[in-house]
Design a protein around this ligand. Structure first.
Ligand SMILES: [Zn+2]
Ligand SMILES: [Zn+2]
Length: 278
């Protein structure tokens, strides 16, 4: 059971500064107050390699506009005694072709937290059928994790890996929705997790999976493996794109983490991890 005084952090959420959200950041902060969160972090999308000829700026963050606005909104809420700690971060799409731009992002160190995520693999998002067109399902899933392995070995400018098994949400066979463990290359995932631990990076538990699929991302066996091989840094995030989803599943996520042996969750301030007892 969750203790009453447990602190809840939602460190993965999007507002109107992300291409796929129209949410008002102030309304999301109000929702966080209602949900009783201790802390929240805005993590807007930036995907350099999200190629859409009709909309070339899709998922390209207007960094200056975003940070200017969010710093100002944060100042407004600093007068409120019931407001959570508000952090300002990023969900950076990790790809190999954009490596130089990813590594030199935010040179002035304005951000508190960067989630590195894989939305695009070999130029394609597994959300769309083109990704799967020339592969079996097993090949597509394996290729996704091979690509993540290359990204974690090569790139450093991120703090945790986002929704590590994101691809399981989009396996194009509904009969495999709640039955795909046999497709997950756990040896390769062990290698990915080892590199992350060695580099001092963490992972997140992303509760959107409970809304979009049947498990949080990554699934409990992957979280358990991460803990077993020495992983300590883990953040909780709803991946909300609207005020209604702020804080969704965070209590449930903490219960999963406790079952996996974690005694702490992490939040980030100025890119430094802070551990909070659960
Ligand atoms: Zn994402
Ligand atoms: Zn996200």
């Amino acid at each position: 059971m969750l203790q009453k005084n447990i602190k809840l952090y939602d460190l993965h959420l999007h507002s109107r500064f992300s291409s796929d959200s129209e949410a008002d950041p102030a309304a999301e902060i109000e929702a966080a107050i209602k949900a009783g969160l201790s802390g929240m972090c805005f993590t807007e999308h930036n995907d350099f390699d999200y190629d859409n000829p009709e909309s070339p700026n899709l998922f390209k963050l207007d960094f200056d506009n975003y940070t200017k606005n969010l710093f100002s909104i944060r100042d407004d809420f600093s007068l409120r005694s019931d407001a959570p700690e508000i952090y300002i971060g990023l969900e950076q799409g990790l790809t190999l072709p954009a490596g130089d731009r990813i590594e030199s992002y935010d040179p002035e160190g304005k951000l508190d937290f960067i989630i590195g995520s894989s939305h695009v693999v070999d130029g394609l998002d597994p959300y769309y059928p083109q990704f799967w067109a020339d592969k079996t399902i097993a090949e597509g899933v394996k290729r996704y994790f091979e690509y993540i392995y290359e990204c974690v070995k090569t790139l450093n400018n991120f703090d945790v890996y986002g929704h590590l098994d994101y691809i399981t949400r989009y396996i194009p066979d509904k009969s495999l929705k709640d039955n795909h463990d046999h497709l997950i290359p756990m040896d390769l995932i062990r290698e990915i997790l080892s590199v992350l631990i060695h580099k001092g990076k963490g992972i997140e538990i992303n509760t959107a999976g409970w809304r979009k699929s049947y498990h949080a991302n990554p699934s409990a066996p992957i979280i358990k493996l991460y803990k077993e091989i020495g992983g300590e840094i883990i953040t909780t995030g709803s991946d909300a794109h609207s005020a209604a989803d702020i804080g969704h599943g965070i209590v449930r996520a903490i219960n999963v983490l406790k079952e996996c042996g974690f005694k702490y969750v992490t939040f980030f301030s100025k890119r430094k991890p802070v551990f909070v007892s659960i």
